[in-house]
Design a protein around this ligand. Structure first.
Ligand code: VAH
Length: 318
């Protein structure tokens, strides 16, 4: 059976890279990129549709037109932006997921992917090596929507047999696209400033420890989860997944090893409080045991790869 994959939210930080990798594996014509925004140039090698994830009729129209049998639903408002527009964030993050889950049920979609986040944890969660099953008391709209979304995913799996799979991403850093409205965006912005030879003013404290992952690992882990045999996917809320943890001062030191002239100063804003509510490190043994997850990039490898690629592609204005 040919995989016909719809990616909703394809222009986002994760979507932009996931579409490229999915097209490499399944063929460009079999991966339909979609977003509420019109792309400037991306994805011209395959189908691109304008889809508002809050419009279920439009999603169904594209599912029917392309005979879609897998949906990656990535559209969401991230943590920092969500605190500025709480009701918009809740509605987008929750209603769009419910639209996709209901369509998966009605149209017999074979597999659904939906990203959760370490933002589903909160100040009461054990902060070191946060377990797969533990206290979850998120205090951001984004985190609350991720916790609720995980519950809905498990509900649709148990009640209707929908094969929906999910990962609790840490902060993600990649060189191809800028993140939008997250608390961990600093870990991407810092590289663009460094490549431009400019001082970086960090919106988190130097010792703000956060779980992070290089985009290459996140994209590979996502596809490996989706290609795993259904029987090995034992967690149907969302899997903890991890690679490394670092602080702004540690990533700054890693950059200085490559660019000695790089400088940073710190001016924490409201995002510091959000960062403090999240874990320092994650126990992802369930993902490693159930479907063979393993990360490949540590801070040094990510730093080298980011700087090497940005020196070729050129920094973007963050
Ligand atoms: C955010 N990048 O900062 C997202 C992520 C763990 C953080 O979910 O909101």
């Amino acid at each position: 059976m040919t995989e016909r994959i719809l990616v909703i939210g394809a222009l986002g930080q994760l979507g932009s890279e996931l579409v490229v990798s999915l097209r490499d594996i399944f063929g460009s014509d079999n991966v339909i990129a979609s977003d509420v925004r019109t792309p400037e140039s991306s994805f011209s090698d395959g189908p691109m549709e304008i889809v508002d994830a809050l419009n279920p009729e439009r999603i169904v129209q594209v599912v029917d037109q392309y005979k879609v049998n897998q949906i990656y639903h990535l559209a969401a408002m991230l943590s920092a932006k969500g605190e500025a527009k709480p009701m918009l964030a809740w509605n987008l993050n929750m209603q769009s997921l419910l639209n996709v889950l209901q369509i998966a049920k009605e149209k017999q979609i074979q597999k659904v992917y939906w990203p959760s986040s370490i933002a589903c944890f909160g100040p009461g969660t054990p902060v070191e090596n946060t377990p797969q099953h533990t206290i979850m008391d998120p205090n951001t709209v984004y985190g609350i929507s991720k916790l609720a979304g995980e519950r809905w995913c498990e509900y649709y799996f148990n009640k209707y047999g929908i094969d929906v799979r999910s990962l609790r991403y840490p902060g993600l850093a990649g060189y191809k696209t800028l993140p939008g409205g997250g608390t961990t965006d600093y870990a991407v912005d810092i590289f663009h400033y460094a490549i431009r030879g400019e001082n970086y003013e960090c919106f988190l404290q130097p010792d703000a420890m956060l779980p992070m992952m290089y985009m290459d690992d996140a994209v590979r882990g996502t596809i490996e989860l989706m290609q795993a045999p259904a029987a090995s996917v034992k967690i149907r809320s969302s899997y903890n997944i991890a690679a490394m943890s670092f602080t702004p001062s540690q990533i700054a030191e890693a950059i200085k090893l490559e660019l000695p002239a790089f400088t940073i100063n710190y001016k924490p804003d409201f995002r510091q409080k959000i960062a403090e509510s999240w874990p320092d490190s994650i126990d992802d043994s369930a993902a490693r045991d159930d479907w063979g997850w393993d990360h490949r990039f540590d801070l040094e490898a990510m730093t080298k790869d980011m700087l090497a690629n940005l020196s070729i592609t050129g920094p973007q204005n963050t």
